[in-house]
Design a protein around this ligand. Structure first.
Ligand SMILES: [Mg+2]
Length: 343
């Protein structure tokens, strides 16, 4: 729990994190789902009697999922929470509470000359998104580590037996995505380019004119409202969030459902500036991919986010690639070539 931070001897850190803990406690929202938050040995959460608990955990490591020298600290905090919230969205769950544990080198906890530490700016980004989705931070831990890493745990609630699963797709279902794909890959490419151009500098400076292009990578929007809607109105038969890329995440649905799929290349909504390859294989767009039974009425947009039909589910074909991409040149197997982060 975050009160572990008070034990300076254990973490190897001093009074700075005590002050940080006080600040964070003061900024955490109250919520009916959290009976007891930061400050005791455990948090106590409350769910309604007809609900079950959804839990997801996600580890972000410097050099693999983010770069301390590339990403603004606010973006690292924001993305850490976005990854967890996006998993809840994929199940149609509502967030109850978030827990974040950090391992950080000493210099990231120290207050800089500008008066802020890296870690307090990390929490600025995380708490901004938490506020947007009314998700209280109910605990966590902080320890000194040679490598910066952030582990997020999200706890959500979903009506019993009604969570959206990867295993619900059947032949004949239509396949849909929310939003547009490839934008995060474009942003990451641009950020890597800026990093290359500023070697020797401690932190990449992002010029104002690139902010919009980098937005989908630095500050992706988890689709919680859309996920909850798809569950509540029984629109989706199967769902997953696009964290690894369309080619990989659709393969997960095919595997879990025991089916194959056809995707129409011309129908894929591609983000401005992105290529078809980036839309197919670039990860971290955090849009929702779902299937719906034939004849099901699916709205063209949900809470201002476009919903696009991109293909259909077919019978599983033994020994063949589960996904076929239909292009103007004819059909071709779509290999799973998902996000490999910074490797
Ligand atoms: Mg996921």
């Amino acid at each position: 729990m975050l009160n572990g931070m008070a034990e300076g001897g254990k973490t190897g850190m001093g009074g700075a994190e005590l002050e940080l803990l006080r600040q964070i406690r003061g900024r955490v929202r109250r919520s009916a789902g959290v009976a007891l938050g930061i400050g005791d040995d455990c948090a106590l959460l409350r769910v309604r009697p007809d609900e079950e608990i959804a839990v997801t955990t996600d580890l972000s490591i410097d050099g693999r999922h983010f770069h301390v020298g590339w990403h603004p600290p606010e973006s690292v905090g924001y993305r850490t929470l976005a990854r967890g919230l996006s998993d809840l969205a994929a199940m149609g769950a509502r967030p109850l509470a978030a827990f974040v544990s950090l391992g950080l080198p000493k210099e990231l906890v120290k207050t800089t000359r500008a008066g802020r530490s890296w870690v307090s700016r990390f929490y600025d980004g995380l708490l901004r998104l938490a506020e947007e989705h009314k998700t209280p931070l109910a605990g966590g831990d902080l320890a000194e580590s040679p490598l910066a890493l952030a582990d997020i745990v999200l706890v959500g609630a979903v009506p019993r037996g009604h969570a959206l699963l990867r295993s619900g797709a059947k032949p004949g279902d239509a396949v849909y995505v929310t939003g547009a794909l490839g934008g995060a890959a474009v942003g990451l490419d641009k950020l890597a380019g800026l990093a290359e151009a500023s070697t020797g500098k401690k932190q990449v400076r992002i010029p104002e004119r690139w902010r919009l292009l980098l937005q989908p990578h630095l500050y992706p929007q988890p689709r919680l409202v859309q996920g909850e809607w798809l569950r509540r109105y029984k629109i989706a038969a199967a769902a997953i969030d696009l964290s690894d890329g369309l080619s990989t995440d659709l393969a997960h649905i095919c595997e879990e459902s025991g089916v194959s799929a056809e995707v129409n290349a011309a129908a894929i909504p591609i983000s401005a500036g992105a290529t078809l390859e980036q839309a197919l294989h670039g990860g971290e767009d955090y849009e929702l991919l779902f299937t719906a039974r034939p004849g099901k009425r699916v709205p063209v947009s949900l809470a201002g986010v476009a919903v696009t039909r991109i293909g259909r589910i077919t019978e599983a074909r033994r020994g063949k690639a589960p996904i076929t991409l239909l292009t103007a040149e004819g059909p071709r197997p779509l290999a799973r070539r998902g996000w490999e982060h910074f490797v």
